[in-house]
Design a protein around this ligand. Structure first.
Ligand code: ADP
Ligand code: G6P
Length: 479
């Protein structure tokens, strides 16, 4: 999603906010292009979900501007007050690229890539988490609610409690929380669990993640079981699953806008009016299973289940974490693979796969959802996956088919999707065949049920349920 934001002086709301959201990134980041730099909406599900929720509330968002050092950033984004936390160049290497994305991200995603354990990275993680805790403490009014987000900031709840015992602290993890066997590899495993136990409520995407955490807390700390959670250090820490979602009403409004509908038709026309358009939309991340999906599509072209001109795939790969070697390798491998498939099966004017390595404006994304007959969401592991929820919500006429990985959190709710094991190439091929051949009545009834699931549990319901549970924290202090 791209929104331009006006640069205004840094605002000074510190110490008065009733609701403070803290995440590594602010919802805007500075992007350079050939003509200069612009503030644009940050990519990813966290920002997509929290922005609509905060828009309607009088809150402050504490996070990083996307640039090293002190940066003059916009005071607000979509009416939300922004409060930047400075991070130096060296800290970016050690805290962000290093501990957050080189240790925690792979470890929490089934160790799809080997996590690295570097003591210097851990030191930076502690230092930067402390800075976020101080920034949150400075922004929060007396008795405020502070909602901390994601794997970059797992020490903030405990640090903030030390600084501001008067505030209510919620923590929500957007990505998976790993099983014990993996988590215990982490040399700083007890410190991370204790950091999270500083919260009054710790929320996860799915119940399995919540029970992984509770088990680890009982094993690694003196926490014990309590109703709805744990007791630790004389307090109750509630633990639960709160599956995140999307602004379904807003997306439906975009998907029924005549200009967006016309653009969807135009896209199909530009693609040569194929019988079937397959679509993938992901940040370019090794957890998303993009290569497996492209490989499966390539084999289907080879077997002539898919035929150039009649069938086409569009893959949008949003640039992400490009300083990280794993991501550079993933991009190189994917681009080589797309090149191979296109080299073999494209004809002049009819590529088998259209590959776009860039972000697209939100209306264009919705037009792509509307144009696509089959949506391919095949992550090897994903906390939730909002793209899956967005696709079904955009299909207001209940046509289309969703192929969804069993290993995305969304698969727990979207049971009527065509579920696949993303490691099983034949399974992905079978799912694509099924999606293409689905009898229209069956396709409609599946899509109607999928749409109902998302409509009945949108992002506002998610935020409401988390914040309500946080307000209901047990007031009893144990002896
Ligand atoms: P992740 O958080 O891992 O990136 P999600 O699927 O949960 O994965 O969230 C991705 C979010 O980013 C979605 O809300 C989607 O609309 C948005 N998005 C994905 N691709 C693009 C794109 N090309 N341009 C703009 N926004 C995008
Ligand atoms: C995922 C994470 C977010 C993160 C986003 C984009 O959605 O859960 O915390 O912001 O990816 O990644 P980036 O590294 O660019 O912030």
């Amino acid at each position: 999603m791209e929104h331009e934001v006006r640069a205004e002086p840094v605002n000074t709301v510190a110490g008065s906010a009733g609701l403070v959201v803290v995440s590594n990134r602010l919802p805007v980041r500075l992007e350079e292009d050939g003509t200069g730099s612009r503030w644009r909406t940050s990519p990813g599900g966290l920002v997509a979900a929290l922005t609509p929720v905060l828009r309607g509330r009088d809150g402050v968002w504490v996070g990083w501007s996307g640039q090293p050092g002190h940066v003059r950033h916009p005071a607000t984004h979509e009416g939300i007050a922004l409060h930047a936390v400075p991070i130096s160049d060296e800290e970016l290497d050690d805290f962000y690229v290093g501990f957050s994305n080189g240790t925690l991200w792979p470890l929490y995603h089934d160790a799809i890539r080997s996590p690295s354990f570097e003591r210097r990275w851990w030191q930076a993680y502690v230092t930067v988490n402390h800075r976020y805790a101080e920034a949150a403490a400075a922004a929060a009014g007396h008795g405020a609610t502070v909602w901390v987000h994601d794997y970059h900031l797992q020490l903030v709840p405990m640090m903030l409690r030390g600084l501001r015992p008067d505030v209510r602290i919620g923590f929500f993890l957007h990505i998976p929380f790993p099983p014990q066997e993996l988590f215990v590899q982490l040399p700083w495993r007890r410190e991370i669990i204790e950091g999270l136990l500083g919260a009054d409520l710790v929320g996860f995407q799915v119940p399995g993640a919540a029970s992984n955490f509770s088990r680890l807390a009982r094993r690694l700390t003196d926490a014990g079981s309590a109703e709805d959670g744990l007791h630790h250090d004389g307090r109750i820490v509630r633990v639960g699953a709160f599956p995140i979602s999307i602004d379904a009403a807003e997306l439906e409004a975009r998907a029924t806008d005549p200009a967006v509908l016309a653009r969807a038709q135009g896209l199909r026309h530009d693609l040569g009016d194929p019988q079937v358009m397959l679509l993938g939309v992901d940040r370019l991340d090794y957890t998303k299973g993009i290569e497996q999906r492209v490989r499966a599509v390539g084999e289907l072209f080879e077997e002539e289940t898919l035929r150039t001109g009649e069938h086409v795939m569009v893959q949008i790969a949003v640039p992400s974490r490009e300083d990280d070697a794993h991501y550079q390798a993933e991009r190189d491998d994917l681009e080589r693979l797309v090149g191979e498939v296109n080299g073999r099966f494209s004809t002049v004017g009819h590529p088998a796969i259209h590959y776009l390595h860039r972000s697209v404006p939100f209306d264009e994304l919705v037009a792509l959802y509307l144009a696509a007959d089959v949506m391919l969401v095949t992550p090897l592991r994903d906390g939730m996956n909002l793209v899956a929820k967005e696709y079904v919500t955009a299909r207001t006429d209940a046509t289309g088919a969703l192929v969804l990985s069993e290993f995305a959190g969304a698969a727990r709710e979207l049971r009527q999707a065509i579920l696949v094991n993303p490691h099983d190439l034949d399974g992905i091929k079978g799912a694509i065949r099924l999606a293409i051949e689905l009898e229209p009545g069956d396709a409609r009834s599946r899509m109607r049920r999928l749409r109902r699931v998302v409509r009945n549990a949108d992002v506002y319901a998610w935020a409401q349920s988390f914040l309500t549970a946080l307000q209901q924290r047990a007031e009893i202090v144990l002896p």
